[in-house]
Design a protein around this ligand. Sequence first.
Ligand code: 5RP
Length: 215
Amino acid sequence: MTEAKRLAAEKAIDYVEDGMIVGVGTGSTVAYFIDALARMRDRIAGAVSSSDQSTQRLRAHGIEVMELNATGSLALYVDGADECDPHKRLIKGGGAALTREKIIAEASKRFVCIVDPAKRVDVLGKFPLPVEVIPMARSLVAREIVAMTGGQPVWRDGVVTDNGNWILDVHGLSIVDPLGLERDLSQVPGVVCVGLFARRPADVVIVGGEPPLVL
Ligand code: 5RP
């Protein structure tokens, strides 16, 4: 799948235009995108990063990292996903960067999602759904999730997000109403972000292959 990730990432370069400030996601697929972006670093104005991990890689390539508060809305956001359904709705957060990823996706006019073929599913939920929570609310939120969904939340022990929070991964879901679940779980006190991207799905999905598939 490594080669498929690289091919998807390379194809996403087609969407980068001269002078752009590019929103950049997180993960192994995005790492290939950052490496490809570095080849045209003199033609872009900079990047807005969704994680400390991506910030480090961008800076190592000499790409300026800017604050979203300073840039305003972006023309383009490129990010990976853990699952993608036929409506371009996603599960994200395998890399624990879901909150900043969702913020940048919301701020961006076009969201290009880069995935390998294994990420495509008919119904979201086989990949455990990440939920970022305020630490003191971890067990409260876990109980609410069980009551609301019947899924099994598992604390991603030892992981602290860039925002200082914790992650619950919800196993055993078959998400037939992603929009409703995203809305309902987001309202539980203590939930910072739900790794469902249904309210703001991707606009374009690139599935890595020879040639890449653009959906
Ligand atoms: C990070 C994410 C990533 O986009 C997702 O986990 C996919 O990662 P990879 O490209 O390594 O398969 O949502 O929070």
